[in-house]
Design a protein around this ligand. Structure first.
Ligand code: SF4
Ligand code: SF4
Length: 483
């Protein structure tokens, strides 16, 4: 057992209101500078939709992530041959139009325009060329709230039933906030010929060493989530850094801190790096189970001993015990990895959104109105869609999670209305009353200290680790470009 500790994030999609406060907080701190204008290390998409960059989930087009090849994992788009050929040209990378041409407005004109008969306007100008933009044709949230549109939603790769888009009576939507997942098996790290990307031993955060990066952009191609960006001004790759200067002082990431819906959780997970490779060789629909199996119980004495041997401090172990993300992912099993079939083992987790129930006459009910678990096929959001997004196509996993979420709502609704709580729903979901209360606290009333348990790191410890040259994990060397 090779016990690693990682700082991770969970998102409750039921509560995201698509306000983009998280994106703006991140932008203002990290990417408000030349060459990074088009970068949104944190972005929020509308699902169904094509997202940012456009169609990022379509690995037939972008060739990102890993594929299981017998007993090996290999990078999908980067075998040995193409590596050399692609040194100067990455054919599978998103183009600027797939992100959008960044623009700003000429606000100064509002003050400086000469007197005239018309109101002055603030024209849009390109932040790359400086030229006036004739028409704005894209943005990081261009398809915001357009879940019913033929143009955007119908292009969502998770949507088997395209006809839903044509049937406006059945339109459903939810938001999907995304950051770099600081994966346990990151394709970006393995793809870099300069070894500029690395996964920090102390907390699992994946970073780009700006002094080592040579701008080959293999990482941008290899990341299936398209969360490494190329800075056109510096010629280097950049990505979300999980606000490590904040995290090192025990403060949660900025996106989580600013989250209006309080949908985000920061916490520590312990996992067994020895099991990562095998877990990723499973069939797509078995990957969630494999992922859960890699995550370790922080109260297990053997795990604690293994963690201490690997230099995990008591403070981190205490944080792992109180981790809200551990509770959501492992204890309650309601938070799931985004597209586990990309096989990077993402270390961000999502609680799927609930949707109303459609009655036999086409009318909509809130899920709780039944007082019992409704047939899940009658939910407005198709199970197949959520399974494609969060479970490698495994509908059973989604059914179990949604059953728990609905049972919890039925229980808490009855309780708040002073009615006897129906026991059948909790039983069907495998929850007891104490579990339901705990989950409710985590979802609804937990304060900052319950939603974010971030242990600080001592600067001296970090410096000592750096001097020892502990930059990455052995596991990445084993799987580097499929070797
Ligand atoms: S999401 Fe995973 S593969 Fe992509 S940049 Fe982040 S760590 Fe790398
Ligand atoms: S701040 Fe929170 S609620 Fe608002 S869009 Fe971001 S994740 Fe969603």
């Amino acid at each position: 057992m090779d016990v690693r500790a990682q700082i991770v994030m969970a998102f409750n999609l039921d509560k995201c209101i698509g306000c983009h406060a998280c994106s703006i907080a991140c932008k203002n701190i990290w990417t408000d500078r030349q060459g990074a204008e088009y970068m949104w290390w944190n972005n929020v998409e509308t699902k169904p939709g094509i997202g940012y960059p456009k169609r990022w989930e379509d690995q037939e087009e972008y060739q990102g992530g890993w594929v299981a090849d017998g007993t090996n994992l290999r990078l999908k788009g980067l075998g040995k041959g193409p590596t050399l050929l692609n040194m100067f040209y990455q054919p599978n990378m998103p183009k600027l139009d797939d992100y959008y041409e960044p623009f700003d407005f000429d606000y100064a004109n509002l003050y400086k325009a000469p007197p005239g008969s018309d109101q002055p306007v603030a024209d849009a100008f390109s932040q790359i060329s400086g030229e006036k933009m004739p028409v704005i044709q894209g943005g990081p949230n261009w398809d915001d709230d357009l879940s019913g549109s033929q143009l955007y939603a119908a292009g969502d790769v998770n949507l088997e039933e395209k006809r839903l888009i044509e049937d406006y009576g059945r339109i459903f939507m939810h938001y999907l906030p995304r950051i770099c997942n600081h994966c346990a098996h990151p394709a970006c790290v393995a793809s870099c010929p300069s070894r500029a990307l690395y996964k920090r031993g102390e907390d699992g955060i994946v970073l780009v060493d700006q002094n080592v990066c040579r701008g080959w952009r293999f990482c941008t191609s290899a990341c299936p989530y398209k969360k490494v960006y190329f800075n056109w001004a510096s010629g280097k790759a950049e990505k979300c850094i999980f606000c490590y200067p904040r995290v090192e002082t025990g403060v949660c990431s900025s996106c989580a801190h600013s989250c209006v819906g309080r949908i985000r959780y920061n916490g520590v997970l312990l996992y067994d790096a020895d099991k990562v490779g095998d877990a990723l060789l499973r069939r797509d629909d078995q990957l969630v189970e494999g992922h859960r199996g890699v995550i370790l119980d922080p109260r297990d004495p053997q795990v604690r001993e293994g963690a201490r041997k690997n230099g995990v401090s008591d403070q981190w172990l205490a944080a792992a015990e109180k981790s809200p993300v551990y509770a959501l992912v492992k204890e309650f099993g309601v938070a799931l990895p985004l597209h586990p079939e990309f096989r990077t083992m993402p270390m961000s987790f999502y609680i799927p959104a609930l949707s109303p129930v459609i009655g036999s006459a086409g009318e909509l009910f809130e899920v709780v109105e039944h007082g019992e678990i409704p047939p899940l096929e009658s939910l407005r959001a198709p199970i197949g869609f959520l399974a494609s997004l969060l479970a490698g196509g495994n509908r059973e996993v989604i059914t179990q999670v949604l059953t728990k979420l609905i049972a919890l709502r039925i229980h808490m609704r009855a309780k708040s209305l002073g009615r006897p709580a129906p026991t059948g729903a909790l039983q069907a979901a495998g929850l007891d009353e104490a579990g339901a209360e705990r989950l409710y606290r985590l979802f609804a009333v937990g304060g900052y200290g319950e939603r974010h348990v971030v242990p600080p790191r001592q600067r001296e410890e970090l410096e000592a680790e750096r001097r020892k040259g502990e930059r990455g994990f052995g596991i990445l060397r084993k799987t580097r470009r499929g070797k």
